[in-house]
Design a protein. Structure first.
Length: 564
């Protein structure tokens, strides 16, 4: 960015965007971790990406544009080559009233702005400021369809056989990363092989290639992951590292033989990419307040619960980033270590050396820790050590697999934790699910009407309302005769799914004195839930319906991840 750290700090002081103490803390974090001030502000949850962008836009006396929510027409994008757009951090994003609207992270490139307007036949241009992340999102739109790229590489390999497989594998990683895929599947079929990306929790067929090169691609991946290339009948697990520009990816590789050949599944983990802050996760203000109260205490437990892939670890990392100061000794025991956090001591579970969660946690307690993160509490031994650590002056963060916040407490008791210990050590329990966000590029609204026969309108979304408890509907929608909801119609930006990106729905249970009494008395889950709601807890369903009304997701997504 063209704005220096000192200039950014002066603008923040002028706008009084942050209290002086927090700004000083952010500057110290930036210096310690060798980050720009803007990166430190977002990574440590002082400000959101958009808030930083708006501050910088104010400095340049320009309007701010969030390119992640703008649909850029392909002909407009092609006015400037991708290499030039990347070099000057500039893209045109719309034309209105014969004016070219240009988004830039480099406001001094006025010659380029004039050239773009002239090329488009516009009378003049208007410049808006965009963050580096926003520009990067727009640059992803330059990517061709992966199938076309594969076909071109295969055609080229027939003429020149120099490293075609290596190029194909490199392109797979590049496109998977650009598509925000969490997993990449290479699956052999009877006559061909299909590559699938898991995007926003859903698998999509991306490309097909001839079965005859399947073994070559698998062998290439085995070499990169240092696995045995001569073993085809046993499962193998490994990892490899990929460099994509300034991003370092760690890729977990799992290869399993099936009747059609060897299937490969890879999990993509960005080592240094900017992770979500607490404000980005989707928590309501009231939930955020309770979570912040929980980790502000110097001891106790904060638990994140939900099924696999519900974002539990991301939530814990967001808290760890805030707690990560030089005054604290923070250590983690994880399986696997998904993201590297500078300044935090992270340990990888290793069953071969008996470095389990429980053994690792025992060792960490002898390392004078202030904060401990246990990747998962999955057995009685780990639960007992974690609770004892929380009782003896440590703040313990961990995850568990339970359906909701309330059932976490009986689960601890099932692990032989005395109820009074669970009641006195647990500060906050965060239960969560991930729902897909409506694509901002093809978002549209529709009206559901209440009639004597039930809700009518869009059949799929009306069916969800008809299945809900009337008390829940009245709580969120009142007695309105109609409700406006939203959906995505499908476009190239969202793979015609109508969704792009994900957001969390949460329920945050704070252990209040009344709730602690019920836990100690071994009350059933219904009583615990009633007391938690009376104390102000909103259920995941409540949170989800609020996000439906605000246009972030659909009723169908809420139905998919919650028990209605």
């Amino acid at each position: 960015m063209t704005l220096t750290d000192d200039e950014l700090a002066k603008v923040l002081e002028h706008l009084k965007y942050l209290p002086p103490a927090k700004l000083a803390s952010a500057q110290a974090d930036a210096k310690l971790e060798e980050l720009s001030l803007s990166d430190a502000l977002v990574q440590h949850d002082y400000l959101s990406e958009d808030e930083v962008g708006k501050v910088m836009a104010f400095h340049y006396q320009l309007p701010y544009v969030s390119l992640t929510s703008v649909n850029i027409a392909d002909p407009l994008l092609r006015l400037i080559p991708e290499q030039v757009a990347s070099q000057f951090q500039t893209v045109p994003f719309k034309i209105t009233d014969n004016s070219m609207h240009i988004a830039t992270n480099n406001p001094t490139a006025t010659d380029l702005f004039g050239m773009l307007a002239k090329k488009a036949g516009a009378a003049d241009y208007k410049v808006s400021f965009a963050t580096e992340a926003g520009i990067a999102a727009a640059l992803h739109l330059y990517k061709q369809q992966l199938q076309g790229v594969f076909d071109a590489l295969l055609a080229q390999s027939k003429r020149n056989a120099t490293e075609p497989i290596a190029k194909l594998v490199d392109k797979l990683f590049e496109y998977a990363y650009d598509a925000r895929a969490s997993d990449l599947h290479i699956e052999p079929l009877r006559e061909k092989t299909v590559v699938r990306f898991r995007i926003d929790g859903v698998l999509h067929d991306e490309v097909f290639f001839p079965k005859k090169i399947h073994d070559q691609i698998v062998s290439r991946l085995k070499v990169l992951a240092r696995l045995r290339t001569d073993e085809h009948l046993s499962a193998q697990d490994g990892r490899l590292h990929v460099t994509l520009g300034s991003e370092q990816l760690t890729v977990r590789v799992s290869i399993v033989p099936n009747v059609m050949g060897e299937k490969v599944v890879m999990r993509l983990l960005a080592k240094h990419s900017r992770q979500f802050s607490l404000t980005d996760l989707g928590m309501s203000d009231s939930d955020l307040k309770q979570v912040r109260t929980g980790f502000a205490r110097p001891f106790g437990m904060i638990l994140s619960t939900g099924p696999t892939g519900s974002g539990k670890t991301t939530s814990m990392y967001a808290i760890l980033k805030i707690l990560n100061t030089r005054e604290r000794n923070i250590a983690t025991i994880e399986d696997p270590v998904e993201y590297e956090l500078d300044g935090i001591n992270q340990i990888q579970v290793n069953a071969k050396t008996n470095l389990t969660f429980s053994e690792g946690l025992r060792s960490l307690l002898r390392q004078d820790p202030d904060v401990l993160f246990v990747g998962e509490i999955r057995d009685q031994d780990t639960a007992s050590i974690a609770v004892n650590a929380a009782m003896t002056g440590h703040l313990v963060l961990s995850t568990m697999h339970t359906n909701d916040a309330v059932t976490t407490l009986p689960r601890l008791v099932d692990m032989q934790i005395e109820p009074f210990l669970a009641a006195s050590t647990v500060n906050v329990i965060v239960a969560q699910r991930l729902v897909r966000k409506i694509c901002s590029h093809c978002k549209s609204s529709l009206e559901l009407k209440r009639t004597s026969k039930g809700w009518l309108g869009d059949a799929a979304q009306a069916a969800v309302l008809n299945a809900l408890n009337p008390v829940v509907i009245d709580k969120h929608f009142g007695k309105k005769a109609s409700v406006r909801v939203y959906r995505g119609t499908g476009c190239s930006a969202c793979h015609d799914t109508g969704y792009q990106g994900r957001i969390g729905i949460f329920e945050v249970l704070e252990v209040t004195p009344k709730l602690a009494q019920l836990i100690s008395a071994r009350a059933d889950t219904d009583s615990l839930l009633a007391q938690a709601v009376a104390d102000g807890m909103e259920t995941m369903l409540d949170d989800g319906l609020e996000k439906v009304l605000s246009g972030e997701t659909t009723l169908l997504e809420i139905l998919r991840v919650t028990e209605v």
